[in-house]
Design a protein around this ligand. Structure first.
Ligand code: 13P
Length: 250
């Protein structure tokens, strides 16, 4: 049995003070959740989030990681820094990073290795654009992204990695993939993992869906065989909505 992982991705929202306020509001609402609850927050909010989440089951994550341990990389943050700040998870290869900041499948692979080396749980994002979906190359696209992301990653490390399928056309648009569309692609990703690592890893790896997941559609998506959680943008900025999604994951 796979444990659901519901992770918020706050993107570029909230100051440290707002972080504390929002997490304090969320804590009682997600208490006793039967899934893993994670909030991935901006770098400068990590310390405040870790402090605010104390005494709850909410885990804190970052939204990016650099591949080097340290050095002349102005503006970047290393795995050891994230770990020292109290982060336990990290998002890698979000489509906004791919789209606006030149992230490639190869840099995703490098960041994944760095996250594993630092002892963080990675959430690796894959997903097709609208153009790729219309050209009927969705499965090929996510398969390629997945294969390159996991290049030279061991079986044991792959097993502990979370994958998030996030169709680019569904992010922040209010357009969600249907339960069936999402399940189909998540299943295809699981097949790719089975090809590389075998059935045991494929059966146990957590594959989330993300893209306009909200309090209304979460239950249907999470009921699908291959959807083991969600990566939530907009709805993770609202305590009540996020809690509804968390509580739908059982
Ligand atoms: P929305 O839930 O706002 O569509 O964002 C999804 C996302 O990008 C999560 O990483």
């Amino acid at each position: 049995m796979r444990k659901y992982v519901i992770a918020g991705n706050w993107k570029m929202n909230n100051t440290p003070a707002q972080t504390k306020e929002l997490i304090n509001e969320m804590k009682p609402l997600v208490a006793g959740a039967s899934c893993e609850v994670v909030l991935c927050v901006p770098f400068v909010d990590i310390a405040a989030a870790v402090e605010a989440a104390k005494g709850s089951d909410i885990k804190i994550g970052a939204e990016n990681i650099h591949w080097a341990e340290s050095g002349a990389f102005t503006g970047e943050i290393s795995g050891d820094m994230l770990k020292a700040a109290g982060a336990e998870y990290v998002i890698i290869g979000h489509s906004e990073r791919r789209q606006y900041f030149g992230e490639t499948d190869d840099t995703v692979n490098a960041r994944l290795k760095a996250a594993i080396a630092a002892g963080l749980t990675p959430i690796v994002c894959v997903g097709e654009t609208l153009e790729q979906r219309e050209k009927n190359i969705t499965v090929e696209t996510v398969a390629m992204q997945t294969k390159i992301a996991f290049r030279d990653i061991s079986t044991a490390d792959a097993k502990n990695t979370v994958i998030a399928y996030e169709p680019v056309w569904a992010i922040g648009t209010g357009k969600t993939a249907t339960d069936e569309q999402a399940d189909e692609v998540n299943g295809a990703i699981r097949n790719v993992i089975a090809e590389i690592y075998g059935k045991d890893v494929a059966d146990s790896i957590v594959i989330q869906y993300g893209g306009s997941m909200n309090a209304k559609n979460a239950e249907g998506l999470l009921a699908k065989e291959h959807i083991d959680g969600g990566l939530i943008g907009g709805a993770s900025l609202k305590a009540q909505d996020f809690a509804v999604i968390v509580n739908a994951a059982k």
